[in-house]
Design a protein around this ligand. Structure first.
Ligand code: ACM
Ligand code: ZN
Length: 616
């Protein structure tokens, strides 16, 4: 009865509301459709969070929302079941009975009804969760004086994601991050409506997941006795000689899986094979071709020692995967497959015997044999294999999903063959790359992937027909941690690039607009500040590059990501102002010695003055 009353309110009262297209809403990712009314909605100490019952997921969300509102205001809304609500006042209602297939499994409808209550409706609790995330981004960031009421423009939002796979990756192999940080990372993912965490749990530099049957994986494999300092190409290798490591117990893994699940995030564990396996080999050297000894690596790179293809290794890996499957309820298991030198296999009697008996001609095909066997094993446990795009070489396993990282060609090839694909091309999706001028940034692995580059990424390659495009499930930001040792190093690299990626994977392609995204960033920066998170403002800095032109002359370019920015510069050691020369094109290196430049919008300087001395 009360439910019916709610719907009557929707129909009768929202219709009367004045609707107009909103010029700016701070919600990231941008919703599919929204209107902001000139009316207001108000929440205060009388506001309750009413959830549809019996639905335990909605009850938990209601309690969490009440808690979040308590963080922002002086009041804590009561949480009550819909069946207990005698009437609806200036409340917030959460219901999962929308029964409208247009919203799918993750969409939601949020509307203020008759200048009274705010409803968040969806087909499932997942959709309601995303509606709550949007609602929270309507509030001012917490901190400072706590107001007695929340007054907001009345809102109407229809929203659903563009892609079903919206991922963030985290490498805990090169550096280990505690459960508390992994949860914080998951919170950030939830804020931006990501639904998949790709947890890279094993590496040459450390094995991070407890496996009961093989305790040495963590007793030995989780620890290295030194770590390289800086870029190894810079000079002779320098090590810190400090023992380093850590791992997650199975209990901790379960805790993280449950934490993620409450936030609509599925975790895909990655257990790397046959390469990037030095940590495991150091614990169980009999699984390698040479028998070792091996050492957990203290430096980065690709190593020749990989798993041997003898029978014993498959038993070992299947035992490990059996425990992994027991811990992670999601469908996908990532088995790596990238960067596998074939040197050891070429010289190994067991591997060569395997090639003969299986009539395998090349070592690439031997890797394919390896992956197919693991796929069969996973399939027998109702799990689905994902691998990096190298698993295309030598023949893709029949049902494998491909993660395309070496550009997009692997993704295109796999989609053409009817395989599912997740796009993670380095130039757009590698958040371990620099995001601004390397001289202004903390040490990173290399590359340059600016926030605006991430934002400009289009996951569906032009080469694919619409029939094939449907195999592109979505995209993912990858965070490799060779140069990221602490939680704040990671948040600096992903904030705000993951916000940019969230619009790529959630928002409609035709509504993506860099200028309006950029305008939302100050609000999000203040959210990060309220959360005490380190983040990057390099989007406001100039980026300086030297590139050869078609006549092989080294040209200096200075770029700004700020919409409508004008760059002014000086070459005479004075500070640039709006009266200084405008930078309009690139200049030959020979014409410049020291340059000072800054970006201006409407005559106001944005970001820092940038100084560069060009060596000829
Ligand atoms: C990778 O970056 N090696 C997948
Ligand atoms: Zn071998």
């Amino acid at each position: 009865m009360v439910k019916n009353a709610i719907f009557l309110f929707f129909v009768l009262l929202f219709v009367g509301c004045e609707k107009k297209e909103a010029p700016q809403l701070n919600i990231i990712p941008r919703p599919l459709k929204y209107w902001v009314s000139s009316n207001t909605m108000k929440f205060d100490q009388n506001t309750r969070i009413i959830y549809e019952d019996p639905n335990p997921a909605l009850r938990l969300m209601a309690e969490d929302l009440a808690h979040q509102i308590e963080n922002h205001t002086s009041f804590t809304p009561d949480v009550i079941a819909l069946s207990m609500a005698k009437s609806i006042g200036n409340d917030i209602t959460l219901t999962a009975n929308l029964s409208d297939s247009a919203y799918g499994n993750e969409g939601y409808l949020m509307q203020h009804n008759g200048m009274k209550f705010l409803s968040i409706q969806a087909n499932s609790a997942k959709g309601v969760f995303y509606g709550i995330q949007s609602f929270l981004q309507l509030l001012s960031p917490p901190g400072g004086e706590k107001p007695d009421e929340i007054v907001l423009p009345a809102i109407y939002i229809e929203d659903r994601p563009r892609f079903i796979y919206r991922g963030m990756h985290l490498d805990v192999g090169r550096h280990f991050f505690p459960v508390s940080f992994v949860k914080q990372y998951i919170d950030l993912m939830a804020l931006y409506k990501f639904n998949t965490l790709h947890w890279h749990l094993t590496e040459d530099q450390g094995w991070r997941i407890e496996i009961k049957k093989y305790p040495r994986l963590t007793e030995v494999g989780a620890w290295r006795d030194k770590t390289i300092v800086g870029h190894q190409s810079d000079r002779d290798k320098l090590f810190d000689n400090v023992r380093y490591g850590g791992f997650y117990t199975q209990e901790e893994i379960r805790e993280v899986v449950d934490y993620a699940s409450l936030r609509n995030i599925t975790i895909i564990p990655e257990i790397e094979m046959p390469g990037h396996s030095l940590a495991a080999l150091s614990a169980y050297p009999e699984m390698g071709c040479t028998g070792g000894p091996y050492k957990v690596s203290g430096e980065w790179g690709v190593f020749e020692d990989v798993y041997c293809t003898k029978e014993q290794t498959f038993t070992f890996l299947e035992d490990i995967l059996t425990e992994v499957i027991g811990l992670f309820p999601g469908t996908y298991i990532h088995i790596g497959g990238d960067e596998v030198p074939k040197t050891r296999w070429k010289n190994c009697p067991s591997c060569q015997k395997r090639m003969k008996s299986e009539k395998i001609k090349t070592e690439e095909q031997l890797q394919s044999y390896f992956v197919r066997r693991i796929e069969k094993f996973l399939a027998s446990h109702n799990r689905h294999l994902i691998g990096w795009d190298e698993i295309l070489e030598g023949g893709i396993a029949p049902e494998a999903t491909i993660m395309s990282w070496r550009g997009i060609s692997g993704g295109i090839e796999a989609a053409q063959m009817g395989h599912d694909v997740i796009m993670t091309p380095g130039n757009y999706c590698y958040f371990d790359h620099y995001q601004g001028d390397p001289e202004l940034e903390p040490l990173a692995i290399g590359g340059l992937t600016k926030v605006s580059d991430v934002y400009a990424y289009e996951p569906i390659p032009e080469e694919l027909s619409s029939n094939r495009a449907r195999y592109i499930l979505g995209a993912q930001g990858n965070v490799w941690t060779e140069y990221l040792a602490k939680p704040q190093d990671i948040t600096y690299m992903v904030l705000p690039r993951m916000a940019a990626l969230s619009e790529v994977v959630w928002s409609p392609k035709e509504k993506r607009d860099w200028k309006s995204f950029y305008k939302k960033l100050p609000y999000h920066f203040s959210l990060y500040e309220a959360m005490g998170l380190t983040y990057s403002q390099s989007v406001n800095n100039l980026c300086f590059r030297i590139k050869e032109d078609e006549n092989k002359i080294n040209m200096v370019s200075i770029e700004s990501e700020i919409p409508d920015a004008v760059i002014h510069f000086t070459t005479n050691d004075s500070m640039p102002g709006i009266g200084s020369k405008k930078w309009t094109t690139s200049l030959p290196v020979s014409q410049i010695h020291t340059i000072h430049a800054a970006a201006f919008v409407d005559g106001k300087q944005i970001g820092k003055v940038f100084t560069k001395t060009v060596s000829k």
